[in-house]
Design a protein around this ligand. Sequence first.
Ligand code: NZQ
Ligand code: ZN
Length: 384
Amino acid sequence: MFNFSYQNPTRIVFGEGQISQLANLVPKGSKILLTYGGGSIKHNGVYQQVMQALDGFEVVEFSGIEPNPSFETLLKAVDIVKTQGINYLLPVGGGSVIDGTKFIAAAALYQGDPWDILAKRAPISAALPLGCVLTLPATGTESNGNSVVTRYSTQQKLSFASPLVYPQFAVLDPTVTYSLPPKQVANGVVDAFVHVMEQYMTYPVNAAVQDRFAEGLLLTLLEQGPLALKDPHNYDVRANVMWAATMALNGLIGQGVPQDWATHMIGHELTALYGLDHAQTLAIVLPALLQQQRSQKREKLIQYGKRVFNLQHTDEERLIDETIAHTRAFFEQMGVPTRLADYGVTSEAVDAVLAKLEHHKMLKLGEHGDITLEVSRKILTAAL
Ligand code: NZQ
Ligand code: ZN
């Protein structure tokens, strides 16, 4: 196991009815900017619960944060923060609303051009405090320091990370996920699954705790994901999916182990260019990447096949083939197709994505830094 230093400062407030706790979670006297997306919270009762809980606070609203939040939209919120003296941010929504609000938190106190936070990964020295209400289990953003923002004019989807933008608290009420469309349920499960894989499917470093935790999360998502589609109002299923997605990317399972993230980096370019949902890109790239990197990932692929899919073949090549096939089949079972062609994306995409990867200096991806542009080309070609 590698050395590590780990702290996750986000207080998780979990369970039905917990939105009412907001009054105790947001610091007294705060002037709040309540941020949200396209209005789902107005149809499922979440907005009303939040406003009721914030009775007595000064609340300014900012709506319209898009899926894959837009840099330009977020700058409008930064203006409101500055002109109205906002001192606390409260995103209520999915990963896009929370990521976007982390960017607002950083950009509002940034001295230079806020685009540099993303394009140059310019370090930030301050951010406004935020807490969040999560409505879509998927990204783990509710208790991590990451944010992904898209600049539509240049088709760039870029991220930044800072300990300063961890939410102070995250309210996780599984009942608010009942209203999710099946596509978003599936996306969330696939995203969380791939987050675990990015931190687990590398090479062994004798990190038994991290491996067993990761395998537990994968097994949970394999079991509960399909149940969430079949039985949408099952509280226990929704609760398990929600907690698994948080645990998948709150930093815990990634401590002391090598990490990959090539699937995400290639996937972000696909979203920026073709507008595919984040999870759709992951379902496309991961199976092709596992096949391409099967010799580097050999030991962990075998471990994953045996422990997660219970495969027992003595022929290890066959075991790896079936392990990758089971992974692809799970995404398909969730209703997330795994080929570019399934989304109408054709072979011209290969060169287009490679040009973007090159522009963003994604030249040595993966846990060994051996996913060069040529290897990315093979992965994308295999994913057509
Ligand atoms: O905008 P509204 O009206 O709220 O509708 C949203 C949106 O259309 C809807 N939705 C959310 N909760 C709902 C609901 N509809 C009904 N009932 C509810 N309870 O779902 C749609 C998608 O929402 P979005 O926030 O875009 O989805 P997700 O949570 O999957 O977030 C995706 C974004 O997160 C980034 C992705 O790249 C993408 O931009 N990621 C962030 C990460 C992080 N910060 O650590 C890691 C991830 O790998 C990922 O890159
Ligand atoms: Zn993801």
